[in-house]
Structures are given as C-alpha cells and as structure tokens.
Design a protein around this ligand. Structure first.
Ligand code: UD1
Ligand code: CA
Length: 480
C-alpha cells in the first residue's frame, strides 16, 4: 500500500537514518560465549560445557543456535578443560579467548574484546545455557537497536540469580547479585539471565572500569548495566517466555531436566509438522528429523543423527533409528535397531531386525525378525523374513532368502561379497561361503553349504545324503 503521509507525519514508521530501509543494515554482531567456568557440581571429568544434552555437547547447542543468527564472528571464552573443549569444537572459524583465572563474568567478556571491532554489537551467551532459541536472540538484537537489550526471566524462586532493578516507570536501572542484594532487592522475582546485547565501543570502556569490591570479589558483567544507564544508554528488557529456555546447567539433575524440556520441544515440533506420536513423553530425538506427511511414531522410539521418514511411514515401539532414510509407506515394526542405512518405500522391517551401516533396501523389501543386514543391497521385492545374516551381499530383485541363511563373508582376514541374482530362491539354513554367486532364478536346497557358483535356473544342493543306520541303539543309563 502507498503511504498517505500527509496527516500522520508526527511519528515516522521507521527510524530515519538517511538510507532506504532495505539497504540499512544493523551493526554486525559479534557473539561471545562465556564458557570458562569449571562446573564442579557436575562431578565429572568432562568439562561442564562438553556434557551431552540430547547427544550433543552443551556448548555445541549454543554454537549451533548462535550460528543461526549469522553473526560476523563467534568467540568462545574458555578456561577449565580448555584443551578438551577446543578439541571437541573444531570449527576453524571460532575465535578462542583464554580466561586463565575465573575472575567473574565481566573479566571473562573482557578477554574476548580485543578481537571485536568497535562498530560491532556484542551478544553475550553462555556455554551452559543450551536451550536458547534463535528467535529470542533475533528479537533481542532488534530491541537493542544499537544500544542495550537484556534478557530477563520471572522466577517463582529467583534465589541465586542476579535481580533486575527497575524504576517506577519500569525502566531497567541496574542488576544486583544475590549476594550483594538487600532483603528488599531479594524479593524481586525478575532475574537476570545474563544474555544481553551491547555496543562494543562503550562496552570496552565500561568493562575496563569494572571493580571487584563486591561480596564475591569478582568483576561482574552485570555492573555494566548501571554504568550504561548513567551514560544515558537505553537498556531494553525482554522477558523470556519460558524458564527452560534460559536455564543454565550446574549439575546432572538440571541436565536431565533440560534434556526432558528439549525432548518435549522436539516432540512438539514433530507433532506440529503433522506426525502422530503415540506418547510425546516417550519420543526421543537426538539430532535432526525430517518427516513426511502422516507419519506415525509409536512409544519409545529413539532417533539419532539425521533421520528422514517418508510419507505415511510407521515406526513401531522400542526402535532405534540412527542416520536413516526410510521411504514412503514403509512399516518399521517394533524393536528394530537401524543404523546408517536406507530403506525404500513399501518395505516391511522387523520386528527385531537390525540394519548395520550401508544396508540399502530398495522398494517392497521384507526384512523380518532376527535378520541382520550390513553393507548390502537388497533389490525390489526381495524377502529375508527370518533369522538371517546378509553381510556384504548384492541381492537382486524378487529373491527369497529362507530362514537361517548366512552369508559367510569373513574368513578371519578378508571380507568377500555374495551375489544373489534376481528371482533366486535360497532354501532355509544355507551357508553361502563368499566370494560366491547364485545366478538368476537358481534354487538352493535347504541346508546347503555353497562354495561355488550356483548356475541360473537350476536346483543346486550341497549337503550329505541322508542315511538311516540299521541296528543303531540309543545309549541307555545304567542303574547304579
Ligand atoms: C550470573 C550473573 C547473574 C545471573 C546468572 C544467570 C554475573 C555477575 N551474574 O551469575 O546475574 O542471574 O549468571 O545464570 O554475571 N564464567 C566465566 N568466567 C568467569 C565467571 C563465569 O567464563 O570468571 C561463565 C561460566 O562458565 C558460566 C557463566 O559465565 O557459564 C555464568 O557464571 P556463573 O558463575 O554461573 O554466574 P553466576 O554468578 O551464577
Ligand atoms: Ca550460575
């Protein structure tokens, strides 16, 4: 719509900066993640920020979220367990700043400042606050608008947190730490999350002016707020919508609580994208899940890595799927463990099936109970329904593999391939000693041990002839 600007010219809809709206970019963002704390209460040899949440280190959650806002630079202030932390988070674009001694959050942030240009805005995050959402960070950056924004949270019990002190008009004036607060200040329930956006240039000045004459003898980043207010810099608060989003992790209990909160968040996402979950509380996603339409996921299913489920896929209870692609209309029955493999459309897998890395099931394939498939291709319409090992096998189309068939792929040193061509029928209990081939349309008699090529279209048997011994007697127990 065209503006009819005549009468309503009092307040411009957008701030005037001279440049047209589209071309006016906000100041570049330097993210600084404070992660130098020790995390004693974890009682673990693993540094706190490397403790896994949903299979991923806490710090990596923060890095991944920060990356979503596409900052100009990402800084990590590290200290305790620094070598391990640096060895785990190996993105070469990361800037690392060592804080050798933990002298407070202000001192920690100061360590990263020499690398940050004056015209940047600094977004402060924490390596042990893993569930912050990128949308919240975007909102915070918008609110800062070149000045300061501060993420706060209203808590029923804010004990231990810094309190956000506002004036009568609701403007933020300062933050006071629990240990420095008066009884009246401790009654304030609005807590500082620690997450904030500040302009780099004055921030450098404020950080340099911090003093440690407080209850903890530390350089508090939080003292910067009162300095900024004094310097007439606007501090815009944003109250977080959920507690778990801003919660830090100090011990294994809180880790489990956040894991549950994260699980619930991902279950909600799955349902919003149309999946039916038999029980959202028993849905575990530790990675990325891409879902088609009308997917059904039964109770106790664990997804790890990158998993893609096509339209109308059904996953039965108690399955583990790790780095899997599953095509449309396939049913995964209960108790399957499927890893780094692909399943086509209209397949039936399990119950109790195992796919090990690089199993490629084409379409309309049936893999039944106690069947293991590894590094093999199983062609369209082929079936292995019971108690079978297909390892290093190339199985053609419409092959029937009888119960108890084994691809003997390993001689103790080498792995060899088994080829089973289209339309072959493998009788039950066959041992296929690789390298070996069963040609198209061949039939293998039950119980055969096949060591040489089985020709196309013929019955091949490799087993000793059945005999019945006359006069043989069962041994009998002698009375004592
Ligand atoms: C800090 C805030 C407090 C806020 C709370 C939210 C200050 C002074 N206080 O309190 O207002 O309510 O977080 O959880 O900022 N860290 C370092 N180096 C240090 C000190 C801390 O890297 O020298 C890191 C820690 O690894 C941790 C984070 O900063 O990730 C917060 O440190 P922590 O000691 O938990 O801060 P609090 O005193 O609890
Ligand atoms: Ca803390």
């Amino acid at each position: 719509m065209k503006k009819t600007a005549k009468k309503t010219a009092k307040k411009p809809a957008v701030r005037r900066t001279g440049a047209p709206a589209a071309a006016r970019a906000a100041a570049p963002v330097s993210v600084v993640i404070l992660a130098a704390g020790q995390g004693k209460r974890m009682r673990s040899d693993l540094p706190k920020v490397l403790q896994p949440l949903a299979g991923k280190p806490l710090l990596q959650h923060v890095l991944d979220t920060a990356a979503q806002i596409e900052p100009a630079a990402l800084h990590v202030v590290y200290g305790h367990g620094g070598d391990m932390v640096r060895a785990t988070c190996t993105d070469p674009a990361l800037h690392w700043a060592l804080q050798a001694e933990q002298r407070g959050t202000g001192h920690a942030l100061l360590q990263a400042m020499p690398d940050i240009p004056d015209d940047h805005q600094v977004l402060v995050l924490y390596g042990d606050v893993p569930l912050l959402r990128a949308e919240t960070l975007r909102e915070l950056l918008l609110l800062a608008a070149g000045q300061i924004s501060l993420l706060t949270v209203n808590l029923a019990d804010p004990t231990g947190y810094g309190r956000v002190l506002r004036d009568a008009r609701g403007r933020v004036r300062s933050i006071v730490e629990q240990k420095d607060a008066t009884a009246a200040q401790r009654r304030v329930r609005e807590a500082n999350t620690g997450v904030m956006v500040l302009p780099a240039k004055p921030l450098k000045k404020w950080l340099a002016a911090l003093r440690s004459d407080n209850a903890q003898g530390e350089y508090y980043l939080t003292d910067v707020i009162a300095m900024a207010v004094k310097a007439k810099t606007r501090v815009t608060p944003l109250v977080a919508g959920s507690e778990s989003e801003v919660q830090g992790v100090n011990d294994k209990l809180q880790l489990a609580q956040l894991e549950a909160a994260f699980r619930a968040r991902l279950a909600e996402e799955a349902m919003r994208s149309g999946a039916t979950l038999a029980d959202p509380a028993r849905f575990d996603q530790r990675g990325t899940l891409k879902l088609g339409r009308d997917v059904f996921i039964d109770a106790n299913v664990l997804f790890e890595g990158v998993v893609e489920l096509g339209d109308r896929v059904r996953v039965g209870p108690n399955c583990v799927l790790r780095d899997m692609t599953v095509g449309a209309d396939t049913v995964i029955h209960s108790n399957c463990v499927l890893e780094k493999s692909s399943v086509g459309s209209h397949c039936s897998v399990g119950p109790f099936a195992r796919l090990r890395p690089n199993a490629q099931l084409r379409d309309h394939v049936h893999i039944g109970n106690y069947v293991e498939v590894k590094n093999s291709v199983v062609g369209n319409g082929s079936k292995a329904n019971h108690l079978t090992y297909l390892g290093d096998a190339d199985v053609g189309e419409k092959v029937n593999v009888g119960a108890g068939t084994i691809c003997c792929n390993y001689d103790g040193v080498n792995k060899s391939r088994t080829v089973i061509e289209d339309g072959a029928f493998i009788g039950s209990g066959a041992m296929l000693v690789a390298p070996v081939a069963v040609r198209a349309g061949a039939t293998i008699g039950a119980g055969s041990t096949i060591t040489k090529e089985a020709p196309a279209g013929k019955l091949t048997l490799a087993r000793s002839r059945q005999v019945t011994l006359e006069g043989w007697q069962r041994p009998v127990k002698r009375p004592r």
